[in-house]
Design a protein around this ligand. Structure first.
Ligand code: HEC
Length: 109
């Protein structure tokens, strides 16, 4: 039994992605930076049609998008400005938070 638990722990640890962020810290950061003012309180009901939905998006996709804005590989005046102030940890936490929310297909409008 003990061996089984140990093996399970090892398997889960090994499977944890390198970018694993903290959902609670990401939520706090998103509130501090008012991401919801554009991307919606639930990450789905955005405040303009050209503001993308973030809820339920793949975590690695969100990490990539924010990192690309930060280093200028993806250019957008709004997001470039916001991402330039984010640390690697901020990006990982924000990505974990938005990935943890129910995506558009799960939200009743
Ligand atoms: C003033 C409005 C505004 C605010 C505030 C804002 N965003 Fe955005 N965000 C946008 C727009 C507009 C885009 C689309 C930009 C583009 O075309 O690349 C975008 C794109 C993104 C994307 C890429 C989505 C995709 O599908 O590729 C991510 C991730 C993102 N924002 C995260 C955040 C986070 C996290 C915050 C808070 C730290 C935030 N945004 C705050 C307007 C905003």
């Amino acid at each position: 039994m003990k061996t089984k638990a140990l093996l399970l722990t090892l398997a889960l640890t090994a499977a944890a992605p390198a970018w694993a962020g903290n959902v609670a810290l990401g939520k706090t950061k998103s509130e501090q930076l008012a991401c919801a003012s554009c991307h919606g309180a639930d990450g789905v009901q955005t405040t303009a049609p050209n503001f993308p939905r973030l809820a339920g998006q793949y975590e690695d996709y969100l990490v990539r998008a924010l990192s690309d804005y930060k280093r200028g590989a993806r250019k957008n005046a709004i997001m470039g400005g916001i991402a330039s102030g984010l640390s690697k940890d901020d990006i990982e936490n924000l990505a974990a938070y938005y990935a943890s929310l129910s995506g558009p297909l799960a939200v009743k409008r």
